[in-house]
Design a protein around this ligand. Structure first.
Ligand code: RB5
Length: 153
């Protein structure tokens, strides 16, 4: 498996910790930056990871900014992306079980390293439950398609 990971300056420290963790799990990391503490705009890096997931080139992504809010907003603009802002373990688990989230977003100014490691491990190892939840995911897809075709649902 490959995972695309991106952050802004506020998420850099946590991104480095998460990259190390993901590599230790024998998962290949596609590092989409940023790689310095210089102030950058989160949409530029959210876009890189989201495009890879939206196009199907990469199955899953992880994004980190200060709160996780900006990256979530950017990421969920991309068709087929289901980005979940998970700053706690329960949300991380449920975002996989019920929402089949394909991008995990974490707030680097909110979550410390130890919790982030547990969030990422949980998110990567929790399967989607399907069944009634699949019906709901398909309704999200139908909304996306209607909006693309007609500009409304
Ligand atoms: C950067 O200062 C901060 O606004 C950004 O990392 C993020 O929290 C936005 O949602």
């Amino acid at each position: 498996m490959q995972i695309a990971i991106g952050c802004d300056h506020a998420g850099l420290g946590l991104k480095e910790d998460i990259v190390e963790l993901v590599k230790s799990l024998d998962i290949e990391v596609i590092d989409c930056g940023t790689n310095s503490t210089e102030s950058v705009d989160y949409p530029d890096f959210g876009k890189k990871v989201s495009e890879l997931v939206s196009s199907g080139k990469i199955e899953k992504g992880i994004l980190i900014c200060g709160t996780g809010i900006g990256m979530s907003m950017v990421s969920n603009k991309f068709p087929g992306v289901r980005a979940a802002l998970c700053n706690d373990l329960f949300t991380a688990q449920m975002s996989r079980r019920h929402n089949d989230a394909n991008i995990l977003v974490i707030g680097g100014r909110i979550v410390g390293k130890d919790l982030a490691v547990e969030i990422v491990k949980t998110w990567l190892s929790t399967p989607f439950e399907g069944n009634r939840h699949l019906i709901r995911i398909n309704k999200i897809k139908a909304i996306e398609e209607d909006l693309n075709r007609h500009g409304h649902c």
